[in-house]
Ligand binder design. Structure first.
Ligand code: 13P
Length: 343
């Protein structure tokens, strides 16, 4: 990429037809994913899995960037080529998760605050040396009845996101600011709307106070959806309408892009929701994806930890990337899901 300003990198990450692959599962989380296919989580197996994903032919057609984890950004493919170079050569921008996870928030029951600010300036400098161009920090906001989230939980998480984003920009790395309102629970779409709006308002207030440049960042939020256990699940059109209305009221137009997390939505559900939003247009920001589970799940299942299935795993990832690429301009249809079977 010739233009390496933060704004140019942010815009390249949300280029038309493309989105981000989140492959930054911590060692604990990837262990859970590998256990689901009955594979033991060793350093070599984690490398093999990520190598399968990153060497997918044509990865760069619909994937603009990949979020890596601390272990992964230091790893190389079996032939000794560092993953950052593998991605770079595929036209994919490497990034890195820099938070240290959500930890219990003192005096706040089950609520959490994301840690990792101590020593962050030094870690950011090292990640830049290792080839990262952007970073991610995830804050977690849970809904439970009217009690949760507390204003306290929203405030401390928004403040930490501001601290992180300012440090990331200072280090010359595009921050992806991720305040995730969880889907867990039986809450309605309206309750998710209310909590998402309050959270984003607090986040942008902190970003503004802490002198974060909106043009040089991306936002990675949840969509406005009904809780997983809500008996009345909203349709893609309802999700699109509520999410766009909510975001128009709180996300500055100067932010180049919004890259949604999938957060436990089904693979096809996450694609259909994104497509429904992009079908609405015109919007002030690019609306794209930064999916973890919704891009990886079919690929993980097809791979099964076996070298003989690398191609099947890659085809499954390429298919989901293509489907979400189509969702970028609202042209995805359920009919297109049959393409993989036809290959
Ligand atoms: P999911 O799409 O699986 O929610 O993961 C995205 C992510 O990066 C969470 O931090």
């Amino acid at each position: 990429m010739a233009d390496e300003t933060l704004e140019a990198i942010a815009r390249a990450l949300v280029a038309p037809g493309k989105g981000i692959l989140a492959a930054d599962e911590s060692t604990g989380t990837i262990e859970k994913r590998l256990r689901s296919i009955e594979v033991e989580s060793t350093e070599d197996k984690r490398r093999d899995y990520r190598e399968m994903l990153f060497t997918t032919p044509g990865l760069g057609d619909h994937i603009s960037g990949v979020i890596l984890y601390d272990e992964t950004i230091r790893q190389s493919a079996r032939d000794g080529v560092p993953f950052t170079k593998v991605l770079h050569d595929a036209g994919v921008i490497p990034g890195i998760k820099v938070d240290k996870g959500a930890k219990p928030l003192a005096g706040a029951g089950a609520e959490t605050v994301t840690e990792g600010l101590d020593g962050l300036r030094e870690r950011l400098a090292e990640y830049r040396e290792l080839g990262a161009k952007f970073t991610k920090w995830r804050a977690v906001i849970a809904i439970e009845g009217e009690k949760m989230p507390s204003a306290y939980c929203i405030h401390v998480n928004a403040h930490a996101l501001g601290r992180y984003a300012a440090l990331s920009q200072e280090a010359g790395l595009v921050p992806i600011v991720e305040p995730e309102v969880l889907m867990d629970g039986d809450h309605t779409l309206e309750r998710c709307y209310q909590v998402t709006e309050a959270t984003l308002q607090a986040v942008f207030s902190e970003l503004f106070s802490q002198r974060v440049v909106y043009e040089d960042m991306l936002l990675k939020p949840n969509m406005v959806v009904s809780g997983k256990d809500c008996p009345q699940r909203a349709t893609p059109e309802e999700v699109a309408k509520a999410t766009i209305r909510c975001f128009k009221s709180v996300v500055p137009a100067a932010v180049p892009g919004i890259v949604f997390l999938s957060g436990g939505q089904g693979d096809e559900e996450a694609t259909a929701n994104l497509s429904a939003m992009n079908a609405v247009g015109p919007l002030p920001w690019q609306l794209s994806f930064s999916y973890g589970r919704a891009l990886q799940a079919p690929s993980l299942k097809a791979w099964k930890g076996d070298d003989a299935n690398v191609q099947a795993g890659q085809e499954a990832l390429a298919h989901r990337a293509r489907m979400n690429g189509a969702a970028r301009d609202g042209s995805y249809t359920a009919e297109m899901e049959k393409e993989l079977a036809a290959v």
